[in-house]
Design a protein around this ligand. Structure first.
Ligand SMILES: Nc1ncnc2c1ncn2[C@@H]1O[C@H](COP(=O)(O)OP(=O)(O)OP(=O)(O)O)[C@@H](O)[C@H]1O
Length: 285
């Protein structure tokens, strides 16, 4: 049974249908369709320039795809057509959070402050956007104490509680990566998109990242879409892997299915001949 067969009966949280993205004469994504399922970790992999970040940018509203449809299905029945929504609504209403290839923290703010700033929208809404609201009339106080509790929860999960009062910029690189993920989780996302979270991590930091992502899946049920070049991370934690090459999908299924797919091996090793790749796959199985 292929990985795609196994996922047939699951509920898709995210559905991409026939997405294309053209930059001038360059077709960065070409008629791409895939699903990411509820409560799963889906990895999007492929050689450099395959179109992975462009897919993220289309999902999160930074780019509008030239063609195609991106649908997000919440479990309460709400459906969001992401390709028709501005990016701030994709974050606030569809509840899609993301991290970037380059770390984007407020390095002069403390670790805790970074997590509170992430909850600014929720706090302002609770204040009713009025001075009286900010002074504690209405739901602001309750929301503020919940925001601190949420931040504390994610500091524990990300193993950063001892560094809560330190400037974010003083943290080691791997801890900054975990802080970015904790910050995204403080917004209560349904879908968390992580762009190369393991890039530049040492083996110990990489293990800590795997642990954090597994615990997000287990304890919150948040679905994760992950771009990653580190195959040890991909194969270890993903439920489902989608492989791109030159903007097109060349494989889709479980890590085992994809790992042994001659097309994937050919793409990664630069082998043109699929028969040759199949021989390598045979040795790999
Ligand atoms: N804004 C843009 N304008 C023009 N071309 C772009 C733009 N963004 C991406 N591209 C091109 O689209 C193609 C796909 O790029 P993309 O960054 O999505 O690939 P990737 O798979 O994420 O690569 P990497 O693994 O190196 O990050 C590349 O040829 C890239 O140069």
């Amino acid at each position: 049974m292929s990985g795609s067969d196994k996922t047939m009966n699951k509920k898709p949280l995210l559905e991409l249908e026939h997405i294309s993205m053209k930059f001038g004469g360059l077709m960065a994504i070409n008629d791409l369709s895939f699903n990411a399922y509820e409560g799963e970790i889906t990895a999007l992999i492929g050689p450099n320039g395959a179109g992975k970040t462009t897919v993220f940018n289309c999902i999160t509203g930074f780019y509008k795809p030239t063609m195609g449809m991106i649908r997000l299905n919440h479990d309460d029945g709400k459906v969001f057509q992401l390709e028709q929504m501005p990016d701030f609504k994709i974050t606030a209403h569809a509840k899609v959070a993301r991290t970037f290839q380059n770390i984007r923290l407020f390095s002069g703010l403390t670790v805790l402050e970074n997590l509170l700033v992430a909850q600014h929208n929720r706090l302002m809404k609770a204040s009713g956007f009025t001075i009286l609201g900010l002074m504690g009339i209405g739901g602001y106080k309750k929301e503020a104490s919940e925001a601190i509790e949420r931040a504390r929860f994610w500091l524990e999960k990300a193993d950063l509680i001892d560094r809560a009062d330190d400037p974010a910029g003083d943290l080691p690189y791997g801890a900054q990566r975990r802080l970015e993920i904790a910050r995204a989780m403080c917004t209560g996302p349904k879908l968390l998109c992580l762009d190369e979270p393991a890039a530049g991590l040492n083996p110990k930091e990489s293990l800590a990242l795997n642990e954090l992502l597994r615990s997000i899946r287990k304890d919150t049920g948040t679905s994760i879409l992950l771009i990653e070049h580190d195959m040890s991370v991909v194969m270890e934690i993903s439920d489902h892997v989608v492989v791109l090459e030159y903007g097109q999908k060349i494989s889709d299924g479980t890590p085992d299915h994809v790992k042994n797919d001659p097309k994937v091996i050919a793409a990664y090793l630069g082998v043109d001949d699929e028969e040759e790749a199949a021989k390598i796959a045979g040795g790999n199985a």
